[in-house]
Structure formats: structure tokens, C-alpha cells
Design a protein around this ligand. Sequence first.
Ligand code: ADP
Ligand code: ADP
Length: 218
Amino acid sequence: APLLRLAGVTKSFPDGTDAVAGVDLVVRPGELVAVVGPSGCGKSTLLHLVAGLARPSGGTLTRATDRVGYVFQDPTLLPWRTVRRNVELFGELADLPRAERRRRAERVLAAVGLTEFADHRPGQLSGGMRMRAALARALLVEPELFLFDEPFAALDEITRQDMGEELLRLFDQRGFGAIFVTHSVAEAVYLASRVLVMSARPGRVLREIEVAVAHPRR
Ligand code: ADP
Ligand code: ADP
């Protein structure tokens, strides 16, 4: 069964903008779908709807899981807390018992290669490492559906490629479904097996492209 199904989903704002206009989308477990398009085409609004942060004005949106991970371009870590505490705090929000929070935090920090930096504060980390911390934090709830809103856009080219590889590795290991929003066509095609191309006229999907995977990573 799909993790997520959108049928004719629309989001209209009071000023008359249709930020999302009649979008159909299905995401199954183990699928990484990229959404690509220029600034203002409705990519963030689409993710807000999927995450339940906004309600559609029309159409139907069915999400089969509440375990949703969300990663933004700005990792917004609390600067006065260690990386470990930043990660554990997410478990408090999810009402995980303390021992379980601790156990999972160690595991997800290891999964993104941050064990050695767990006692650092965010300001002592590079941009790439802060992004790893944001990934670890999102992994804490063991998401079945992962939403990425231009997560690597602020990173330099080399770090962005490292993070792309890191993401694909986690994706292969854990088999979650994901929507990856980006304005880079190259990044979309590099990471995803399916790409939705959105129009500069906001909210419309122009094309849906299947990407042939020549060498499965698995
Ligand atoms: P993207 O993430 O692709 O840059 P957004 O989803 O942020 O695009 O925005 C899509 C369109 O909706 C844009 O034209 C934007 O100006 C408009 N928009 C976004 N949020 C609001 C809002 N709260 N009220 C009115 N218009 C909005
Ligand atoms: P442009 O900005 O011209 O669209 P990019 O800078 O996005 O191009 O990408 C440059 C090259 O890096 C691409 O050929 C692509 O194969 C690769 N690439 C892009 N994004 C990623 C990523 N996140 N991880 C790994 N490789 C990537």
C-alpha cells in the first residue's frame, strides 16, 4: 500500500494564489521522489500539506503513517545544547521514554557518523555536520516517510555530494519513502527514481519523469 496518496490536491491562499493546484502523487515505501521547480512554484507548500502543517483547500490527501521525518535547509539546532541533547530532545517531543531516547540517539548519531561529535555544540560543527545532526534528529522517530525541503542548498558542492551519498546510504538501509524538494535538476535526477517537475506558474506539475537506475546500489 502507498505511504502517501494525493489526488487533485489544491492549496489556495486568501489572496487568490493557488500554491498547489490539482497535484496527484503517490509515494510507496522505498521510493525517493524528487520535486523540482523554480522558486515560488509551490514546493514548500506541497511538503507542508503532506506533513499536516496545512490543510488542502481541495482534493484528497491520504497519509498511511504518522512517523514523518522533516529536514529543512536550516537545521535549527539549539545552539546551547550539545548535538546529543539536540537529538534526544526530539525524542521528548515524541514522548519516548528516557532510556529509549538515549539508546536511539546513540544509534542515529552513529548512523550519520557523528558519534565523535556528540558532545560538541552546533556552533562547533561545519555546515555538513550540522546537516548530519538534523538527519540524525529526524531519524530518531524511525520515520516511514521522510520529507526534505532543499536540505543541501546551503552547503558547498563537495559537502553536498557527500550528503547526497549519505542520504542514499540511509535510504537503502532503512527503505523509507521520501519526497526530496530541490531547485537543482541535477540533484533531483542524481538522487531520485522519480521526478515531478513543477511549473513557474505556481502549483502545477508539468511532468512526471521515471529515472532509469543503471546500477542499483543494493
Ligand atoms: P517554493 O517552495 O517552490 O519556493 P512556496 O510553496 O513557498 O514555493 O510558494 C508557492 C506560492 O505560494 C508562491 O507564489 C508564494 O508566494 C505563495 N505563498 C506561499 N505561502 C503563502 C501564503 N501564506 N499566503 C499567500 N501566498 C503564499
Ligand atoms: P546544477 O546546479 O548545474 O544543476 P549541480 O551543482 O546541482 O548542477 O550538480 C552538479 C553535479 O553534481 C551533477 O552532475 C550531479 O551528478 C551531482 N550532484 C548534484 N547534487 C548531488 C547530490 N546531492 N549528491 C551527489 N551528487 C550530486
